[in-house]
Structure formats: structure tokens, C-alpha cells
Design a protein around this ligand. Sequence first.
Ligand code: PBG
Length: 335
Amino acid sequence: MQRPVIRPRRLRATAPLRSLVREHTVRAQDLVLPMFVREGARDPRPIASMPGVVQHTEDTLVAAAVEAVERGVGGLMLFGIPEEKDARGSGADDPQGVLNRALARLRRELGDDTVLMADLCLDEFTDHGHCGVLDDAGRVDNDATLERYGAMALAQAEAGAHLLGPSGMMDGQVAAVREVLDQAGHRDVGLFAYTVKYASSFYGPFREAVDSSLQGDRRTYQMDPGNLREALHELELDLAEGADLVMVKPGLPYLDVLRAVAEVSPVPVGAYQVSGEYAMIEAAAAQGWIERDRAVLESLLSFRRAGATTVLTYYASEVAGWLRDGLPEQLAEFS
Ligand code: PBG
């Protein structure tokens, strides 16, 4: 007797069949929009390597944030670009510093209508561009940096951030920040830890986005791209230190790491589609080499399929708009 051919294609035959059996989709509420605000800017400034992304003025930041929230994004992640940088990153914990002012303004405008997050790192604020302060030999001083992070965390919590995103990859940063927050009574401010963050070339356009003055690289604190086991160690440490959510970064080149972390993490897992990933899609689409909107949705879907609860993406507001208005027929498989 001949064996019947098993036909998975049966369930692909019509759009309703495909829709019925679809396992993962993209939802606006899962997307977090990273935003840049520049001190002293009179007009928004385009970022050449990230077409469509700008360094906002305080006013355009508020308008774009309100629009993104109205479209249904899950949250906003804020980065500040100060006018003056110095060795210790003084602007980072100054309540009148660009990031803290913008946070306070957004919290006043948006209240609890969204989840307001802030990057907690010194690199935008230091003249040498490193994520921490340096010792006499020019190395990033872990424990002196933790003190700066504590001060920065306090300023961000007081400005009204709901979640802080420690992203400097210093040892003990989650515990240090948690302790300072708790002692000051900010027990409800959560930590979205950049737990697994690799030293990656895909952050290239971000350096332009924040006018980074970094010479050299971050390989003494960000992770080595060859390592997976170490990601699980970092996860264990951040959980023990009190991370409320954890993140894997970059996204697409590290989907295997995301999957491994998502499989064991007891807390929600974020993935960050970083500046270089955005730039690659934009560059290829501009050449007509890939279909832009489809590539955007497909990349976001891949994070969800790999196990991300939350996706940080520069496409968040745009995609939320598409989803609110209803995706066109030819992109229906993404919602
Ligand atoms: C650190 C930080 C960086 C990014 C997010 N937080 C830069 C870095 O680690 O070098 C990169 C994000 C991106 O490339 O989109 N403040």
C-alpha cells in the first residue's frame, strides 16, 4: 500500500487558513520606541545614517511621543544628548540636564498613559565617550562608575521614569542602582536591564545619533560576540541583583542568544533592534533591493518568534500606526 503524502501545504491554501494557524504576530503594545533629545536644539536634526530618525528638540520630542502613544506603542526609551560633556558625565545626574528635563516634561504630559523609560549610561555624557568614568590609567573604573549610575538613577526616578535601563555592562550595576532607588523610597521604579549586550559593530549609527566622542571600543565591558554561555551567566546575575525585565542586544545577529535567554528567564525578555539593523534595512530598501515594509515587519516578528516579550525598535511608532490603520492585504500575515 502506498503511504499518503503528508501535506502541510493544506493549511497554507487560503488567507483565513493561514490566519487560523498563525503562532506569532506583531502587536503595537509590544514595541518600545527609542527616542533622542538634544539639548539646545532649535529644530529636529536628522541622523544621516538613520534615515527617518532625528535628534529631537524638547518640543518635537513631546509631539512625537504623544503621537506614538496615541498609536498604541508599549513604551518610550529616552536618550539625551547634552551640549557639554565632561570626564564624569556631569549632565547625567543634573536634574536640569537634557535627559532628566525631558523625562520630567514627558511624565507631566503623559502621566501613566505609557511606560516611560530612560537609558541609564554615561556614554552620551562623557567627553571620552565611555560608559563609565576612567581611572588614572585610562581604564573604565567599575566601582567608581556604579556610584555615578546610582546618582543618575536617582535623578531619572525623580524626573518620573517608570523603568530605568542600565546599559553600561558594569558588574553589579543592577544591584547598585536598586539599592539607591530603594533607599530613596523609589521602590516602584523598575529596572529593564541591558543584561546581555555584545560589543557590536551594529551600534555604528547610534554613535552618530548621540554625537559620541568615543575613540576605541567597549570590549572591556561589553560582551564578546563569540559567547553564549556567558549570556546565561549575565542573566543569572541580573536576576539575583533584582532586574525586573532583561534585554538582549543587538537583535537579529543574536536571535540564538535571545532564544536561549527567553527559554529560561522567569522575567520578561526584551530584544533591541539596534541602529545598525535599522540602517541596513533602510539602505537596502532605498536601493530597491528589499521590500521595506515587509522586511520591517518580518524582522520584528522574528524577535517575537524567538521569544521576546518586548521589542525596542526605531520603527515602533510607524509600525503602530500601520497596525492601528490595518495592514494592507499583502502584509496581512503579520497581524
Ligand atoms: C549605551 C547604549 C548604546 C546603545 C543603546 N544604549 C551604545 C553602545 O552601547 O555603544 C546602542 C543602541 C543602538 O545602536 O541603536 N548608552
